[in-house]
Design a protein. Structure first.
Length: 232
C-alpha cells in the first residue's frame, strides 16, 4: 500500500490511514515501522506536494505517546522523525491558507513531541471548540474566528443565543506555548491565525453560570486528560 501511496498520496491517504492510524488516534507497530518510508516519500516530493504525506506521518507520531512503546518509538525512529520535522518546516515557509497552515503546524508539533497543541490547531482554523464549563458542566461553544470571539451554550448559528465575549491575552504577556505559537504564526505570515491564538490563550466565561476560565485549559481538557497539559 505504501507503494500506491507514494504514487498518489491524496488518492490513497484515507485508505492508508484506515490501515495505519484509524480515526487518527490509534497506531500499531507496523504504523511506526512505516515512518522511515513515509519520510523518504515526503523527501522525494517538493514542499507543495508533500502535505498529504506529512498528514499521514503526523498522526502516527502523535499516537506514539499513547502507546506503551511510545518512548522507544521516538528513539528507534529518531532519524525519520527528525527528517519529517525538517520537511514540514520547509512546507510552512511559503504562503498557505489558514486551514492548511494549521494542519502542517500540528504535524510539526507532533514531530517535536509537543502535546495538546499538536491536536487542536485545526479546530482553531475551523473557528470553533466545543468544551464543558469547569463549574456547571454545561456544553459551551467557544467561537474564535470569522463568526466572532465569544462563548455560548446554544446554537449560535440561529442568531438568538446569548453570547459572552472572549477576552484575548496580551501578546506581550504570553509565556510558554502561547508565546511560542503566537510568535511562530506571525513569523510565518499568518497574522489572522496569530490573532486567534490570543483568544485561545485568553479568558472566557460560561453564559449559563458566569464562571470564568482560561480558554486554553478548556481546550486542553478536550484533547488531553492531563490537567497540566497547557504548559507542556
Amino acid at each position: 500500500m505504501l507503494d500506491r501511496f507514494a504514487a498518489d498520496p491524496p488518492g490513497v491517504w484515507a485508505e492508508l490511514m484506515d490501515r495505519l492510524c484509524p480515526m487518527l488516534d490509534t497506531a500499531f507497530p507496523e504504523s511506526f515501522a512505516a515512518l522511515p518510508r513515509l519520510a523518504r516519500i515526503a523527501a522525494a516530493r517538493p514542499p507543495a506536494e508533500r502535505h498529504w504525506v506529512l498528514a499521514a506521518a503526523g498522526p502516527i507520531v502523535r499516537c506514539a505517546r499513547w502507546s506503551a512503546a511510545g518512548a522507544a518509538v521516538r528513539e528507534t525512529h529518531a532519524a525519520a522523525i527528525a527528517e519529517l520535522a525538517r520537511l514540514t518546516e520547509e512546507c510552512l515557509r511559503p504562503p498557505l491558507g489558514m486551514a492548511e497552515y494549521a494542519g502542517l503546524l500540528q504535524d510539526a508539533l507532533a514531530f517535536e513531541g509537543v502535546a495538546v497543541w499538536d491536536e487542536c490547531l485545526e479546530r482553531l482554523a475551523e473557528g470553533e471548540y466545543e468544551v464543558a464549563c469547569p463549574y456547571c458542566g454545561v456544553n459551551l461553544f467557544l467561537v474564535i474566528g470569522d463568526d466572532g470571539f465569544f462563548s455560548c451554550a446554544d446554537d449560535y448559528a440561529l442568531g438568538e443565543a446569548e453570547r459572552t465575549p472572549l477576552r484575548p491575552a496580551d501578546a506581550a504577556l504570553l509565556a510558554g506555548p502561547g508565546a511560542r505559537l503566537h510568535a511562530r504564526a506571525l513569523a510565518d505570515g499568518q497574522p489572522a491565525f496569530a490573532e486567534r491564538l490570543l483568544y485561545v490563550f485568553g479568558q472566557g466565561a460560561c453564559t449559563h453560570c458566569g464562571t470564568e476560565f482560561a480558554v486554553a485549559d478548556r481546550v486542553a481538557d478536550v484533547v488531553s486528560p492531563d490537567p497540566g497539559a497547557p504548559g507542556s
